[in-house]
Write a protein that binds this ligand. Structure first.
Ligand code: FRU
Length: 461
């Protein structure tokens, strides 16, 4: 939703960031600059395929009402002529610096990656400063996605997603005093887990006691209930220090269990850490069958989420700003008793559903028309989501487990997007689902004990 207009579409999204035309992928350069939130994103403005990558740009005071700005960075120089790939933003001396990867096709066999910088005083027009890092020895051309942050002592640090010449995923660490001269510090991880052949979009999230290394590995073999998308996103919990780099103390955990989630990025906003992800179509082969393709646009970012680390788990909650969307006067509340069915026809496709469960909750199903099902299996402490695949028409499933008891669930519905937050954001699912027309039927069946629910219609106000 931008400039007060919902995009004319059969599947309009009201409060998610979408491209005006073309293909959107990773969130880039997330930053608060001169009092406004800036969200950049990978954009092919010329078509719905992965080519001509630029940085699309939107700006907002509240992360709800967005204004579209001109494309911030587009291919133009020898070092980025075939794509301005993903990266991050940071403010220094009142200027906004962007770091990105320039993609260059030398010939059929040879491609190159350059890690580049750009700078702006107004946050709207950017001057390219060119490459700032030499290509590391021992790595293939798959080195990209610079994420930059500042440490308390004033030094700047950068991590890059990388592939070693042995074709394993890795993350490289660099240090700088001025954002322009960078020295190599080797690998981010001392003990690198064997996870796929390439790690994309690395990010380091710093919390009080522990830190979190978030990344998107490619090439993890699918398991029965995990790693079922084309590529995965997950994290390791540990501690970053300038001397030891990142020492991890946990195993790799998936961040989002839905069908559509990849390449997230975080940024600091005062005391909180916010995250946007790319609601990517997975499996990627489905992408060109997405119903919006015929309207000339494809994909969206997730809603902004506040992330926190509780013990060894990264939890995600919808940013509080989203509460502004609630049309409070029209909310409907309901109680769900054992073995009763609750049905509600929602007049439009934008709603927030909040349910709190009692200790008597057992198995139940929530379905949105006949296109999306959420199933709770209490003995297994499992949530299964099921939707109709838009390519094959077959139902398909994704899985997630919680610990303890089921306490609460929040569902954000926005046109063809659904985001589900369970148990205070400990278990999260992002997915697209397609229902024609603006009505949605919400049906809840099963044994819910004495659960209480609220449905808020959502609108831009
Ligand atoms: C992740 C990614 C990044 C790359 C960008 C190109 O989706 O492959 O690694 O920078 O997309 O659009």
């Amino acid at each position: 939703m931008l400039d007060g207009k919902v995009k004319a579409s059969e599947f309009p999204l009201l409060y998610h960031i979408t491209p005006e035309e073309g293909l959107l992928n990773d969130p880039n350069g997330l930053v608060k600059f001169q009092g406004s939130y800036h969200v950049f994103y990978q954009l092919n403005p010329f078509g719905t395929v992965h080519k001509n990558k630029c940085w699309g740009h939107v700006v907002s005071e509240d992360m709800i009402h967005w204004k579209r700005l001109p494309i911030a960075l587009a291919p133009s120089e020898y070092y980025d002529k075939d794509g301005v790939y993903s990266g991050s933003g940071i403010v220094k001396d009142g200027k906004l610096y962007l770091f990105y990867t320039g993609n260059v096709i030398v010939n059929e066999e040879e491609r190159k990656s350059y890690q580049c910088a750009a700078v702006s005083s107004d946050g709207i027009t950017f001057e390219k400063l060119g490459p700032v890092i030499e290509h590391p020895i021992g790595y293939t051309r798959h080195v990209r996605d610079p994420k930059v942050w500042q440490e308390e002592d004033g030094s700047y640090w950068m991590i890059l997603g990388a592939q070693t010449e042995e074709l394993t995923g890795d993350t490289l660490l660099y240090r700088s005093e001025d954002l322009l001269n960078w020295e190599s510090c080797g690998s981010l991880l001392q003990d690198k887990p064997e996870l796929g052949y390439m790690w994309e979009c690395p990010d380091l999230l710093k919390f009080n006691e522990s830190d979190c290394f978030l990344f998107s590995p490619q090439g993890l073999p699918a398991e029965e209930k995990r790693f079922l998308n084309t590529n995965q996103t997950g994290y390791l919990v540990g501690k970053f220090s300038q001397t030891d780099h990142f020492v991890s103390v946990s195993r790799f955990q998936e961040l989002d269990h839905g069908f559509e989630f990849y390449a997230p990025q975080t940024f600091r906003d005062g005391e909180r850490t916010l995250l946007y992800g790319w609601a990517a179509a997975m499996p990627a082969s489905n992408e060109q069958c997405l119903p919006t393709i015929k309207e000339g646009w494809v994909h969206a970012l997730t809603i902004p989420r506040e992330v926190a680390l509780i013990e060894d788990q990264l939890i995600q909650k919808p940013a509080v700003e989203l509460k502004q969307l609630r049309v409070n006067e029209e909310q409907s509340t309901f109680s769900l008793d054992m073995a009763k069915e609750y049905r509600k026809t929602m007049a439009h496709a934008y709603a927030e559903l909040v349910v709190t469960f009692s200790q008597h909750t057992k198995d139940f199903v929530i379905n949105i028309s006949d296109a999306f099902y959420l199933k709770h299996r209490y003995k297994e402490q499992e949530i299964i989501i099921e939707r109709k695949n838009w390519e094959t028409g077959q139902m398909e499933q994704r899985f997630g487990f919680y610990q303890g008891t089921l306490t609460d669930l929040t569902i954000y519905l926005d046109g063809s997007m659904i985001e589900i937050f369970i148990n205070g954001g400990r278990l999260v699912f992002t997915s697209r689902y397609f229902v024609y027309g603006s009505q949605r039927e919400l049906i809840i069946t099963g044994e819910l004990g004495a659960a209480e629910g609220i449905i808020y219609p959502l609108a831009l106000q």
